[in-house]
Design a protein around this ligand. Structure first.
Ligand SMILES: [Ca+2]
Ligand SMILES: [Ca+2]
Ligand SMILES: [Ca+2]
Length: 233
């Protein structure tokens, strides 16, 4: 229903979304969930479902952002049409009455950045109950991994073993994110910790974690089979 309205606003716009989303998806491999470095997909929906059927909800979320897309689901067709019209006005930066590919690209980047900023704010509040200016590792660990008793050796439990490994990787990333090395993360450093793909000084850790995710047999190399297995789209 929503996409119909979008097409009513502009058929060309819908086509551009498909092209752009396709281009972005091809550029950023979308490994299975569970890896620690996350390239936030444009939507949690699958772009193509069974038999390569096009999932319009994916475009919908890429275009509006997940939260905004949810709001649209609750609107009547008339209301969503009106609201989409207003959004198109915002996308059309030079106000010439049409949306160029560049304007649409900027809009999608804007919705992605907004997701990242919202996520940082949300997680900062969750982990920083005392509302301090900085966060230390022990506080973060207590909130995130409270269920792990490090003194008890339960490595025979595969879940606990996995969480312990995740915690060690988090600690390593935490140390890298601590740019001024005062053993505390400012909100900005915490943002780099959560979304290392956005920060230049975190690039090495992004590469290391990505290799670790793909290198399943742990020999330090990525075989063709490991690569294909991981990045099959
Ligand atoms: Ca324009
Ligand atoms: Ca710091
Ligand atoms: Ca390997």
């Amino acid at each position: 229903m929503i996409l119909k309205n979008m097409m009513a606003v502009s058929r060309t716009l819908a086509l551009l979304i498909c092209i752009l989303v396709f281009v972005v998806c091809r550029a950023v491999p979308n490994p299975e969930t569970g890896k620690r470095v996350i390239d936030k997909p444009l939507s949690d929906e699958k772009h193509y479902g069974e038999n390569e059927a096009h999932n319009t909800q994916y475009d919908h979320e890429a275009f509006l952002g997940e939260e905004e897309a949810r709001k649209f689901d609750e609107l009547s067709p008339e209301e969503s049409k009106e609201r989409l019209g207003k959004i198109v006005d915002r996308i059309d930066k030079d106000k010439d009455g049409s949306v160029t590919q560049e304007e649409l690209k900027e809009w999608i980047q804007y919705t992605q950045n907004k997701y990242i900023l919202d996520d940082i704010n949300r997680q900062w509040e969750t982990h920083n109950e005392e509302k301090k200016d900085t966060l230390d590792w022990e506080t973060y660990k207590k909130v995130t991994y409270s269920f792990i008793d490090e003194d008890q050796n339960k490595d025979d439990d595969p879940d606990i073993k996995t969480y312990k490994e995740m915690m060690q990787r988090d600690k390593r990333r935490w140390t890298t994110a601590d740019k001024n090395q005062d053993n505390q993360l400012s909100k900005e450093e915490f943002g780099d910790f959560l979304h290392p793909e956005e920060a230049p000084h975190m690039q090495d850790i992004v590469i290391t974690e990505t290799i670790e995710d793909i290198d399943r047999d742990g020999d330090g190399k990525i075989s063709l089979q490991e690569y294909i297995g991981k990045y099959r789209m």
